[in-house]
Each structure stands twice: as structure tokens, then as C-alpha cells.
Design a protein around this ligand. Structure first.
Ligand code: NAD
Length: 470
């Protein structure tokens, strides 16, 4: 079977390389000439563990090609995947103009029966829209539209593609479903469940899956904030609730808000489309608001923690301005160079506005961050970022941050104050090393007096309430 992939980005490149690895002949098409030239020369345009190996293996065995000319690739394909971007518009709706443009461009090249499968995350109705566009552009074309949303996660993309929890195929014609099922047969043979449904349901599945996961993240972040306020421990809380099978442990780690190219835009798009359908999804709307609120609170938390830490180390803590903060991690999560909607993009400009000098290090994302955050000094090592810093802020859970040399850190920093928004370390252990440590929702997070005041207020309220009901 021959396959074309239109859009060789994170999703298109990974899926194209993996389909080739499953034995199919794949041509990846992209309008970005530089990207295609680089890929033909063996240069990966993104950081994704294991990708280069799969690409090179399939380039060598002749099953994977990269081109900029769409027509010949489409003409010889049984299935054409659309994997172009669908970024959010100002009002939150997904911008499907790249999907539409690709559909109009591919239409004249369709030759023989072809399935056009939309892998981009798109609002309900996009399949119908694309069918109309292709039929208008090429009235004699013999084709079906299918929806085949992608669930891979950056940083783990190859494994997610090869060992997915499920594959979703949405189509309104049996013939298209059969062809896609045949394409995924090597994975179905490995007992990967396949959910076959109609196009609209398939489109909605992707948005609801991401919104549900985003809700889990927002929920645990709210619990972490509450734990901070009352001196409770979010690690114990997450472990205890996660042990309930109905809840599960995944996505119950507090952090600096969800980011990346999917959760922020997909929650917004679902909320916007539900409004349009006159059926608002209040939980998803609340998740969006909660996440934005959480990130804003973190900026205040940095300032409060720094001042407390500097006081402990006998430093001037009257002003945030003029201080230097080392930032470890810029990507929205580890193992990727993707900074789309990363917390760093919100937090660092805010710090800079307060007059803070920012020195940042990230193992993979500095080139991309440098394109959009010019107020940051980028360092080529952890040590370089820490040198003379008044505090260090951890924003991404890169494994190399887990093995920090604490003595080296103390000798480099002007004052050893760490604010860790990934809860990478044990507060006790870091405290014992002589570093003042703040994290999310764990007892070291707030000044003891604030916590005691809050608990006293809650106890008073409980007593009052008991009095009222007895
Ligand atoms: N990134 C993820 O982790 C992920 C996971 C699941 C689903 N998705 C969805 O997949 C889609 C693609 O996301 P991405 O992160 O891969 O985007 P991306 O921006 O990395 O890649 C899109 C690519 O499409 C190319 N392109 C745009 N118009 C084109 C055209 N007319 N012809 C050929 N190429 C064209 C661009 O040059 C770019 O290389 C989005 O809808 C996204 O929501 C992304």
C-alpha cells in the first residue's frame, strides 16, 4: 500500500516514518523546502528520541521519501493523510485553513480510489467540509474522507505510535474503513484495539480525550495550590487518590500548568465549538480558566519564594528588580524541543518585566525559545545558568536536572534558593544540602506562619459551622 503524508511536522514525520517501518511505502510532503532538503540529507527538523534512527532506516530501505511536490505523491497513493497544523484563532476556534488549502491542492492530483484521512486535530464537521472542497475542486475524483486522530505524545512519539492504547478510525463509508484497517493491520495483529466510528464522533474523540487529560492536570494543580495554602502534601494526596483505579496515577503530577501544542488549543477549540453548538461545556471552560489562573499565580509565587529565600540567606530582599534568576528548562515538557504554549513563555517575560535578569538552559529547546524570547540570556550548560544567580527556577522535568551536583550549585550561586515547579526533588533532602527549596503543594512551599494562620481560620470556620448545625 502507498501512503502520502501532507505536512512533515511532529505528527506527520513520526507517523510517516512509522508507517514506513511497518512496511508501507510512504512519501512525506511539506511546503517547507528547507525542512525537506534537511530530511533528505538526514537532518531531523525536530528533537524526538529515536526518530532519526527510524527515518534513516527507512530512507535506506527505500520505503520513505521526502518531497515538496504534492501531485505525484498523491497520484500514486491509496491513502493520503493530512497532518498539517490547526493552531488556535483569537476566539479559540481551531484554524483549519491549512487543512483546507492542502485539500484543495491535492484534489486535482487524485487518481483512482483514494482515502483522504484527516490526522490533524480538527473540529467536528471538518471531514464534511474537506469532502465538499475536494469534490468542488475535482468533481470526477473517486475518494472517501476519513478521520484518524493521532494520540502520540512528543518525547515518546515513536513508542506511542507503535504501541498505542487505541487507534480511532472515523468514516462514513465502509470501503474507507476497510483500507485504513488494512493499513493498521500490523498493529491490530499486536492486539492494539481499533475503534471504528463515524467521522464526527472520531473528530470529537480527540478533543474530548485531550480535554479530559487537561482537566486532570488542572485539578491536581488546584490541589497543589490548596495544599500550599493549608500546609498539606500534594504528593501524598496524588498517590492516595491515584491508587483508586477509577482515578489512576497518570497526569496527577503538579506542574507549571499544561502547555504544548495540543492541550491549550484543543480545550479552547472544544469550548468554542460547543458554544457554537449551543451546548456549552462548562467543565472544559473552567479547565481553561483554571490553567491560566495557575500560571499567573506562579509568577507571584516566584516573587514570594525568592524574597523569603533571600531573607533566610541574609540577602537584600526588598526588590526583585536587579536580581538574576537561572531557569532550568524551557520546553513545555522533557524530551522535546517544542515550546508552544510552554509556561516559560508566560513566566519569563513577566519576570523580565519586573527587572529580573534571566539566564536559561534547556538541553533541546533553546534555539526555538531564542526566536521568541529575546530578553533571555541562553547558556550552554546548567553550570553556566547557575553562575552568580540569586535563585534557580525549574520549569521542565529533564532527566539531567535530576542529578544536580548540590555542592557545585551552592558554590556557583549568589544565594542557593530553588523554586521547583516540577517537584523533582525531596524538600527534606534539598533542605539538608543547605539549599532553600520551594516546590508545589509540599510543606516547604509557604511561610509556616501563613499556613498556620490559614489552618486556624479553617478551624474557626469549622467550629462556627458545627455550632450552627448542632
Ligand atoms: N504535536 C503533537 O504532539 C500532536 C499530537 C497529536 C495531534 N496533533 C495534531 O496534529 C496536527 C499537526 O501538528 P504538528 O505538531 O505536527 O504541526 P507542525 O506545525 O509541527 O507541522 C505541520 C507541518 O505542515 C506543513 N504544512 C502546512 N501546510 C502545508 C501544505 N499545504 N502542504 C504541505 N505541508 C504543509 C508545515 O510546513 C509543517 O511542517 C495538528 O492538528 C495537531 O493538533 C499534534
Amino acid at each position: 500500500m502507498k501512503v502520502s503524508i501532507i505536512g512533515a511536522g511532529y505528527v506527520g514525520l513520526v507517523t510517516g516514518a512509522c508507517f514506513a517501518d511497518l512496511g508501507w511505502h510512504v512519501t512525506c510532503v511539506d511546503i517547507d523546502h528547507e525542512k525537506i532538503e534537511g530530511l533528505r540529507a538526514g537532518r531531523m527538523p525536530i528533537f524526538e528520541p529515536g526518530l532519526e534512527e527510524v527515518v534513516n532506516r527507512n530512507r535506506q530501505n527505500g520505503r520513505l521519501d521526502f518531497v515538496t511536490d504534492m501531485a505525484p505523491a498523491v497520484a500514486q497513493s491509496d491513502i493520503v493523510f493530512l497532518t498539517v497544523g490547526t493552531p488556535p484563532m483569537e476566539d479559540g476556534r481551531a484554524d483549519t485553513s491549512a487543512v483546507a488549502a492542502a485539500a484543495v491542492e491535492l484534489a486535482p492530483a487524485l487518481a483512482g480510489y483514494t482515502v483522504v484521512a484527516i490526522k490533524s486535530t480538527v473540529p467536528v464537521g471538518t471531514g464534511t467540509y474537506v469532502r465538499r472542497l475536494i469534490a468542488e475542486a475535482n468533481p470526477t475524483a473517486l475518494f472517501s474522507i476519513a478521520s484518524n486522530p493521532e494520540f502520540l505524545r512528543e518525547g515518546n512519539a515513536i513508542r506511542d505510535f507503535m504501541e498505542p492504547d487505541r487507534i480511532v478510525i472515523g468514516c462514513d463509508e465502509e470501503r474507507a474503513g476497510d483500507l485504513l484497517r488494512a493499513l493498521y493491520n500490523p498493529l491490530e495483529q499486536r492486539n492494539v484495539p481499533i475503534v471504528v466510528t463515524d467521522c464526527a464522533t472520531s473528530e470529537l474523540i480527540k478533543y474530548s480525550a485531550n480535554s479530559f487529560l487537561a482537566a486532570k492536570v488542572a485539578f491536581i494543580n488546584e490541589m497543589a495550590d490548596l495544599c500550599d495554602a493549608i500546609g498539606a502534601n500534594v504528593d501524598d494526596l496524588a498517590r492516595a487518590i491515584g491508587l483508586d483505579d477509577r482515578i489512576g496515577h497518570s497526569f496527577l503530577r503538579p506542574g507549571p500548568g499544561y502547555g504544548g501544542s495540543c492541550f491549550p488549543k484543543d480545550t479552547l477549540a472544544l469550548a468554542a465549538q460547543a458554544q457554537e453548538a449551543d451546548c456549552p461545556v462548562r467543565i472544559v471552560e473552567a479547565v481553561v480558566a483554571s490553567n491560566a489562573h495557575h500560571v499567573r499565580r506562579l509568577v507571584k509565587k516566584i516573587e514570594r519564594s525568592c524574597k523569603q529565600g533571600w531573607e533566610e540567606h541574609g540577602r537584600d530582599n526588598t526588590s526583585f528588580a536587579g536580581k538574576t534568576i537561572a531557569v532550568l528548562g524551557l520546553a513545555f515538557k522533557s524530551n522535546t524541543d517544542d515550546i508552544r504554549y510552554a509556561a516559560s513563555l508566560v513566566i519569563l517575560p513577566q519576570l523580565a518585566k519586573h527587572g529580573v535578569t534571566i539566564k536559561a538552559y534547556d538541553p533541546a529547546a533553546m534555539a526555538k525559545a531564542g526566536e521568541v524570547m529575546t530578553e533571555v540570556t541562553y547558556c550552554d550548560s546548567i553550570a553556566g545558568a547557575l553562575d552568580h544567580a540569586d535563585a534557580v527556577l525549574v520549569l521542565t522535568e529533564w532527566p539531567e536536572f535530576l542529578v544536580l551536583d548540590w555542592d557545585d550549585l551552592k558554590s556557583r550561586m549568589a544565594s542557593p534558593v530553588m523554586i521547583d515547579f516540577r517537584n523533582l526533588f525531596s524538600p527534606e533532602e534539598v533542605g539538608n544540602r543547605g539549599v532553600t527549596y520551594f516546590s508545589l503543594g509540599r510543606p516547604s512551599g509557604r511561610a509556616r506562619t501563613d499556613v498556620e494562620d490559614n489552618i486556624a481560620r479553617l478551624a474557626d470556620a469549622t467550629v462556627k459551622h458545627a455550632g450552627a448545625t448542632s
